[in-house]
Ligand binder design. Structure first.
Ligand code: GRF
Length: 193
């Protein structure tokens, strides 16, 4: 990662749905000491609820069509290069980026995952945690690599499950920690903390 030199890093946030992490990242980016500026919000879902935050914050949005992988990824890369994007934050983005995309983008791509990786890669993490009667869960911010949910871990936050924890209550708890964890992880990545 290039040196910051007081300049903010042009960032794109990728979403597919609710966008609560996007909301927290926008809030963070507006802080004086934040190292990032969100230039683009990308969604593969034109109906994603989170797109409301693009409108509210007057951030450019870009909807990608994922039916034909290569074509839309190449278009997307062009969009990212034209906007001089140096960091991608995946925040509930439900599409897997190809190895080709990751290689061509060359800059860091972060993802937030609702479990203590390497445990519970993939979907339905809370359901599996409850089923296994785990005492702890949490969330992880990691670099995206070609293997799903397996890139270098930047930061994790552990939470304890309560006695009658349900999928819904666990999701709420984890989400709350994610909104704090993602900005911290960005800081850690960019300032090598
Ligand atoms: C979060 O739980 C995140 O860990 C996972 O998808 C969810 C996105 O939630 N990757 P939101 O759209 O940011 O509210």
């Amino acid at each position: 990662m290039e040196k910051l030199n007081g300049k903010k890093i042009n960032t794109a946030v990728f979403i597919s749905g609710r966008g609560s992490n996007l909301k927290s990242l926008i809030k963070y980016s507006k802080k004086k000491n934040s190292p990032i500026i969100i230039k683009l919000i990308i969604s593969n879902n034109p109906k994603a609820k989170g797109l409301i935050y693009a409108k509210r914050s007057k951030i450019n949005k870009y909807i990608i069509n994922c039916n034909n992988n290569n074509i839309s990824e190449n278009k997307l890369l062009k969009k990212l290069f034209n906007n001089k994007i140096n960091l991608i934050c995946l925040a509930g983005f439900m599409k897997i980026l190809s190895g080709n995309f990751i290689k061509k983008f060359k800059k860091p791509i972060l993802n937030i995952h609702p479990s203590l990786l390497p445990r519970y890669k993939g979907l339905n993490t809370h359901k599996r945690v409850i089923k296994n009667k785990d005492k702890y869960s949490g969330s992880t911010v990691h670099l995206v690599s070609t293997k799903l949910d397996s890139g270098k871990i930047i930061l994790q936050k552990k939470i304890r499950l309560s006695k009658n924890e349900s999928e819904e209550t666990l999701e709420k708890k984890v989400l709350k920690t994610e909104h704090i964890l993602y900005p911290q992880a960005i800081k850690k990545l960019l300032f090598n903390l």
